[in-house]
Design a protein around this ligand. Structure first.
Ligand SMILES: Cc1cc2nc3c(=O)[nH]c(=O)nc-3n(C[C@H](O)[C@H](O)[C@H](O)COP(=O)(O)OP(=O)(O)OC[C@H]3O[C@@H](n4cnc5c(N)ncnc54)[C@H](O)[C@@H]3O)c2cc1C
Length: 428
């Protein structure tokens, strides 16, 4: 039976990858703690859905990014959680202007742009990614679309320096058994109370008071592992939040990213030779490119990815419009018979989710060093964790998890305990 300490030394707010990483580290160090989670489920942006379509798919994270340096991939190995262990080549085709195109031009331009953005940052330039884009290039909409998928904001809002800080090893592996399911497995046995939302945190002397919708929790330290948007908007307030941290929330805000998932009565893309397709068929001036996973792990589904302001606006319009948009694009590229094979369709709602409210953080141009401010303790006993806090694996689940481990180390030191002995340092 899970024990919930009445007087925890540490309270962790948020049971996403970061909060669960922190919880595992505190459990290992035998520190009394509790995790409170506002939603009625754990995992946050790591959420594997097996019910809405009758087939497993991830609403949020799905890939082990930088998989050769990914702490969660190692833990997946330990617990026997399946993922694709080999990268695949030649995986993408693009449908544009009414025909399938498989030319080097797309590869060179789209991947070239993504590489240029990060390289400019590594060269010390902190400019908008948009400055590196040729808007007249025929593949410009596709490059813009891919930048949005990677950074969840518009090219004008991407700091090349923040992009350059990301430690991209180039090895990205999808999680077959579900990334959300992995995070849930890693949370087994931790003292997590769901449906408890923190509203205000304050440090008083040697105590931290966390006000929630179920009363006040008193502890000696707090780890705040909620999405950045909660703190940026003040929906979760921290008394005496240093101005440089408040400014960093404004300088590295979260963007938007949604998925639309469709289930068929069987395999409908079997003759198609690759597992991913970009579809950009400009039937109107406003038509937007989208990206599909086709039959991931052999499942009879397709999952569409859209991001940036377009994803935010579509989500606002509602599920019916999102599904129609995705299905219409599929039908244009694969033929109208496809429509008859559809069994179910559903969408994510990260943008309007009151406890998430976006996708992931991206620093604004000129503010590429902004997220460094998140590493500082607040009044010596409040520590931030989450994807926004990681200096080199920002915007990822494994990055979030690592910041949780690190925040736990800091909390343990603040309590005056020995550290867990693990040599764990985030890059400066
Ligand atoms: C569509 C999409 C696709 C993605 N794809 C990938 C991918 O393939 N690979 C990858 O590595 N990353 C991906 N990411 C990013 C990744 O999912 C996130 O970076 C990561 O899961 C964030 O973890 P976190 O712990 O920082 O925050 P979260 O997972 O958001 O956890 C924070 C928790 O805090 C809770 N909370 C909020 N407010 C309160 C409150 N007041 N009181 C108590 N609890 C509160 C929330 O409900 C939530 O459960 C994707 C994200 C999205 C949206």
């Amino acid at each position: 039976m899970i024990q919930y300490p009445l007087n925890p030394d540490v309270v962790i707010i948020g049971a996403g990858a970061a909060g669960i990483g922190a919880g595992r580290a505190l459990a290992k160090a035998k520190i009394p703690f509790i995790i409170i989670e506002a939603k009625d489920r754990i995992g946050g942006r790591a959420f594997t859905d097996t019910t809405s379509l009758g087939h497993l798919w991830d609403h949020g994270c799905h890939w082990f990014h930088s998989a050769d340096k990914n702490v969660l991939r190692n833990l997946a190995e330990e617990v026997g959680h399946k993922y694709r262990s080999e990268p695949r080549t030649g995986v993408m085709r693009a449908f544009m202007d009414g025909q399938w195109k498989n030319d080097r031009l797309r590869e060179d331009f789209v991947w070239g742009v993504l590489g240029d953005v990060a390289e400019a940052g590594r060269d010390g330039r902190d400019i908008p990614a948009a400055a590196l884009l040729d808007q007249n290039h025929p593949w410009y909409p596709m490059a813009k679309h891919w930048l949005a998928l990677m950074y969840s904001v518009e090219p004008e809002e991407i700091s090349t320096r923040d992009a350059g800080n990301y430690d991209d090893t180039g090895l990205n592996l999808p999680v077959e058994d579900g990334y959300g399911a992995l995070i849930a497995r890693l949370a087994a046995g931790l003292p997590i109370r769901t449906s408890i939302a923190a509203t205000r945190i304050s440090a008083r002397g040697k105590e931290v008071l966390v006000e929630t919708n179920h009363g006040t929790i008193t502890a000696k330290a707090a780890i705040v592992a909620t999405p950045a948007r909660m703190l940026e908007t003040g929906r979760l307030g921290i008394d005496g939040l240093p101005s440089e941290i408040a400014q960093a929330f404004a300088d590295a805000p979260m963007g938007y990213y949604e998925k639309i998932a469709v289930a068929f009565d069987g395999k409908v893309f079997d003759g198609f030779d690759v597992p991913y397709a970009d579809i950009f068929d400009p039937v109107a001036a406003t038509t937007h490119p989208l990206n599909f996973e086709l039959h991931p792990f052999g499942r009879p589904i397709a999952v569409t990815h859209i991001a940036g302001n377009f994803a935010r606006d579509m989500e606002r319009e509602g599920e019916a419009g999102m599904i129609d948009f995705a299905v219409s694009a599929l039908v244009r590229a694969f033929g109208s018979d496809l429509r008859k094979r559809i069994k179910k369709a559903t969408t994510t709602h990260w943008s309007s989710d009151i406890f998430i409210n976006g996708a992931y953080s991206c620093a604004r141009p000129g503010k590429g060093a902004a997220r460094k401010a998140f590493a500082a303790p607040i009044q010596e006993r409040i520590f931030l964790a989450g994807e926004h806090v990681h200096p080199t694996f920002q915007a990822t689940a494994h990055g979030a998890f690592e910041t949780g481990l690190f925040a736990a180390e800091k909390a343990i030191m603040a309590l005056g305990h020995m550290t867990t002995g693990a040599k764990r340092t985030l890059p400066a």
